[in-house]
Write a protein that binds this ligand. Structure first.
Ligand code: ARG
Length: 591
């Protein structure tokens, strides 16, 4: 049932383990055989260095005793001892080809369903209603979506949760402003029609006007606060106004998701308002369990080791003095729901690193309350998007950059670059290439960056055909597709691995990388770091390019070599396309 092809590296691991069993006592023989890919041979094992002390012998002596057992394995062609006791292992070409043959026969490329049985809740994107999505939402949206794809591919049941900010005092302010200034309502502007592209810009402007009045006028502030109470108690007119704002924002969010090719849709919306009805009960439970305490009229949770700059303890605010609930209470209700109702075995919160303390507190309260036991709950943090000046990415006027504008910019640049390469394309053809290229460029730039670090947003570099870019990967995929098409046209399109060929070094290098796809996917699931897959795919594309330069395909010396190289082309193209899909990047046939 579980489709799985054992990778070569795991076969080598098994061979080293067997050698260990032959020369070491059982408790040492069970240790990790420490096999890695190597520049000096195909694989290297460091196990002799790791175990020498426990085995009471010199590393080199232990390695020497392991060596003959490995050399006796029929498909291992070389075992060399190097340095203080490394074992350098070379495998037979036919072992490589056998492995690729099996992988090529599998629809999922032999990737193990290592996450099956897991129920993973992924909280990502989560923009705020009545505001526009900006560059800050790019990271959570793209990283979250890549993790959803990878974990799902590896067999997990994934539940997407878009925890939009759709509740809170700011809506009282906004609604009160609209009620008092009907002439200013975004519906009265030219762009304020339902679903209009700029409707949320109008809403955003309204929000800022409301905020200004709220800050300047105490009487308005009071009316706005009464409006919050009306909203919370379900006053019909107020709820109606709120719902209209929410709907308008959701249309705008969905437009961005569709444009980005992100999986989120209406069914994934689980915003803050959804948990409203649960808050009282959650607080009651925490009170009963003695976890919350009263402090200056508010209900809070303290942690001995979480302190502010003055050494004063910083609490998680659960209920405000005025009886209102905030972000903290909502996230407590949310985590209880995810663990108890959704039965998550793993819950991921793909949120800005600046919220680290908030999640630390929420997770600790969940643990004290007994909701969180052996499940894996992780704040999947990321850094800030910077401009080319190394400062947080801003518009020239110093404002936040709208996500839609940023995508428009990338599209414009991609058009220019494609037009330069292919000057004769008609405008529609140009866009067929430039659209997926620009989205892929933005996504690859994000996903190839180390998640926890800041990264600079540089459109020119992103859309380049050279270097580690989405465009380069898409282009390599189309090149392989074009080789396959030309082979088919020439009537020599059969792709078949031939078991008894001697492989050239570039063929081996490419093959050994193809063997690592499974392990790479697994590493992403374990570390929650998509950049490992992004980097792997770039390496694969490079290895293909080196292979293709050194090893003619259509002009190969004989039919067996031709068929074998076409099989390598086919497996590379499939692996690239599958890997790009896991990053949410299109792999076009032509470019
Ligand atoms: N809407 C929040 C913000 O913009 C992010 C929500 C993240 N998810 C959560 N469960 N708190 O900061």
């Amino acid at each position: 049932m579980v489709e799985q092809v054992r990778s070569l590296v795991s076969e080598v691991e098994q061979a080293v383990s067997a050698a260990m069993a032959a020369v070491l006592p059982a408790e040492l023989a069970e240790q990790d055989p420490l096999v890695r890919r190597s520049d000096h041979a195909d694989f290297q094992s460091n196990v002799a260095l790791a175990l020498a002390k426990k085995a009471r012998e010199k590393p080199r002596d232990l390695a020497e005793r392991l060596q003959p057992h490995l050399a006796a394995v029929p498909w291992i062609t070389g075992v060399e001892l190097s340095g203080p006791g490394f074992l350098n292992i070379t495998v037979a070409d036919r072992a490589i080809i056998r492995q690729l043959t099996q992988r090529a026969e599998q629809p999922r490329l032999g990737v193990a369903e290592s996450q099956s049985g897991q129920v993973v809740v992924v909280d990502y994107s989560a923009p705020n209603i009545a505001k526009e999505m900006h560059v800050g939402h790019l990271r959570t949206t793209l990283i979250g979506d890549a993790l959803v794809r990878v974990l799902g591919f590896l067999g997990a049941e994934v539940i997407r949760q878009n925890h939009v900010g759709d509740w809170g005092t700011q809506f009282g302010m906004l609604i009160q402003y609209i009620v008092e200034h009907p002439e200013a309502s975004w519906r009265n502007t030219e762009v304020g029609q339902v679903g209009h592209e700029d409707a949320t810009s109008a809403l955003d402007a309204l929000y800022r006007a409301a905020r200004a009045e709220f800050d300047a006028d105490a009487a308005f502030k009071e009316r706005a606060q009464r409006r919050v109470v009306a909203l919370q108690s379900g006053d019909e007119e107020t709820v109606e106004a709120w719902r209209e704002i929410v709907n308008e924002s959701e249309i705008a969010f969905q437009r961005i998701y569709d444009r980005l090719g992100v999986l989120l849709n209406h069914d994934d919306l689980a915003g803050e308002s959804r948990y409203n009805a649960l808050l009282g009960d959650v607080v009651e439970e925490l009170r009963r369990k003695g976890i919350v305490e009263e402090s200056q009229g508010a209900l809070v949770v303290f942690f001995d080791d979480i302190q502010g700059p003055e050494g004063d303890r910083v609490p998680l605010l659960v209920r405000k003095r005025d009886g209102g609930y905030g972000y903290g209470a909502t996230d407590l209700a949310t985590i209880r729901y995810r663990l108890q109702e959704l039965k998550a075995t793993r819950a991921l919160y793909v949120v800005d690193a600046r919220q680290a303390q908030h999640f630390d507190m929420v997770f600790r309260v969940a643990r004290r309350a007994g909701w969180l036991t052996d499940q894996d709950v992780v704040h999947v943090q990321f850094g800030t998007v910077l401009g080319s000046d190394g400062k947080p990415f801003k518009t020239r006027a110093g404002g936040t950059v709208k996500l839609a504008d940023l995508l428009d910019d990338a599209l414009r640049r991609a058009r220019e670059i494609v037009a330069e390469k292919e000057p004769d394309l008609a405008a529609t053809e140009l866009d067929e290439i430039a659209e997926p290229a620009s989205v892929g460029a933005v996504k690859y730039a994000e996903l190839s960056s180390v998640r926890t670090k800041d990264y600079s947003f540089d459109v020119d570099r992103m859309v380049s055909f050279n270097g580690a870019t989405g465009v380069y990967l898409q282009y390599m995929h189309t090149r392989i597709k074009s080789i396959q098409r030309r082979a088919a046209e020439a009537g020599v399109g059969e792709a078949r691995f031939a078991s008894d060929l001697a492989l050239q070094s570039q063929e081996r290098a490419l093959s050994l990388l193809l063997d690592e796809f499974n392990a790479t996917c697994k590493v992403v699931a374990d570390t929650l770091e998509p950049h490992r897959l992004a980097g792997y795919l770039y390496g694969l594309a490079r290895a293909f390019s080196e292979f293709y330069e050194a090893c003619p395909v259509l002009k190969a010396e004989n039919d067996d070599i031709l068929a074998n190289r076409l099989a390598l082309c086919a497996l590379t193209a499939r692996t690239l396309a599958q890997g790009l899909e896991l990053l949410g990047i299109a792999a076009p046939e032509k470019m």
